[in-house]
Design a protein around this ligand. Structure first.
Ligand code: OAD
Length: 234
């Protein structure tokens, strides 16, 4: 296993036991809005304050959360394996907080802000943000979260690197994602086409389950460390 390429794809479920609400679970609702109604360019154009209030609420919530054993296990895999790629759809930064150094963030990062006018990008960890919507420190125009919204393209280079890692891996671990949002949901299928073994960690069934070689129906914070205890190279 030491030199065998392993790729992991994570979704909101990997952070669920840290206290971050998933998107499609019941707790994904905020003031009766669904996440996919708020995380869109149209919603932001219509009401930037509402969308920012939601992100500010998520930032405050995530700020209170700490990485769980699943995040820590993925950080150990990076250390222990020669060819390991971690791809995440999460924007919470908990993989990095657990010690993962190379994280392909397909959907951006909630702690980064980007100017809608001059494209200036800055990190800002203040919770709550002092002004909503926040102004750009360079030009004073409206900042947005540097995350990918529905209908927007993913960062090209990151997606290309993730795609290549899916193509070349021999094992793909799919952890805590409903596997419903493209193009992330295609990555495990790309890996399968290349002959990889797919292991899914999810308490619930997903569209990927029927393709998986092994399905572990348990919370990731328990199941992933257990799996790694068996498969880690000695
Ligand atoms: P979802 O909320 O769609 O799915 C979370 C998945 O995690 C579900 O399949 C749950 O069954 C599973 N789950 C819940 N608790 C778990 C646990 N303790 N351990 C393991 N799995 C658990 O979240 P994502 O699949 O990440 O995109 O959603 C994908 C994208 O859609 C997000 O990145 C976001 C969202 O809207 C954008 O914002 C662009």
């Amino acid at each position: 296993m030491l030199d065998t390429p392993v790729t992991a794809l994570t979704g909101a479920g990997v952070s669920a036991e840290s206290g971050v609400p998933t998107f499609r679970g019941e707790e994904g609702l905020w003031r009766r809005h669904r996440a996919d109604e708020l995380a869109t360019p149209t919603a932001f154009r219509r009401d930037p304050l509402l969308v920012w209030e939601w992100y500010d609420w998520r930032r405050r919530l995530i700020d209170q959360c700490r990485p769980n054993p699943a995040h820590h296990t993925l950080a150990s895999m990076e250390q222990a394996l020669n060819v390991f790629t971690l791809i995440t759809q999460n924007v919470d930064g908990l993989h990095q907080a657990a010690g993962s150094n190379n994280v392909l963030e397909l959907h951006g990062n909630i702690w980064r802000l980007r100017c809608t006018a001059c494209n200036h990008v800055c990190e800002d960890h203040r919770v709550p943000l002092p002004d909503l919507p926040p102004p750009c420190p360079q030009c004073g125009q409206l900042l947005r979260p540097d995350v990918v919204w529905f209908g927007e393209s993913l960062p090209g280079e990151i997606l290309d690197t993730a795609w290549a890692a899916a193509e070349r891996c021999r094992t793909i671990l799919v952890i805590g994602t409903s596997a419903t949002v493209q193009p992330a949901a295609s990555l495990p299928l790309v890996a399968l086409r290349g002959g990889a073994t797919l292991v899914e960690f999810n308490p619930a069934e997903t569209p990927l389950s029927r393709h998986a070689h092994r399905v572990i129906r348990a919370p990731a914070a328990q199941a992933l460390p257990d799996w790694w205890a068996v498969y880690r190279p000695s």
